[in-house]
Design a protein around this ligand. Sequence first.
Ligand SMILES: *[C@@H]1O[C@H](CO)[C@@H](O)[C@H](O)[C@H]1NC(C)=O
Length: 120
Amino acid sequence: MKFALSLVILSVLAFSEAGLLKGPSSRANLNHGSIQPGDRLLYRTYFQRYGIANTVQTQDFVYRGNVTTRISAVVAQEVGFTQYANAWVIAGGRGFNHVTVRAQTARGWGFYYLIDIWGR
Ligand SMILES: *[C@@H]1O[C@H](CO)[C@@H](O)[C@H](O)[C@H]1NC(C)=O
């Protein structure tokens, strides 16, 4: 019982620490470019990583279209409760036929994104 209680307190502390870093209601979604009339959803995928204690994890997601593909927008939305992760475009993106999205967890947390690639 005592052990269970201290676990609860620990997780509350971890939560408030993360909240202090980024603000209690911040959701670090990625909105790159903008969806234009006539664009199609070229690709949609879930991109997930589970938390590892005391560890910041980074993982890249790569989308490659064909030679005629033009990406107009890349959207990554957190699924479910926020885990204070971050996602950003490190290569390609709007105007290109490829994009690399890098996602990074908060220390000890995971990430769970729904990634949409829009374009034509
Ligand atoms: C290339 O990709 C686009 C989507 O970006 C698709 O509409 C088109 O059919 C593809 N062309 C070929 C030759 O596969």
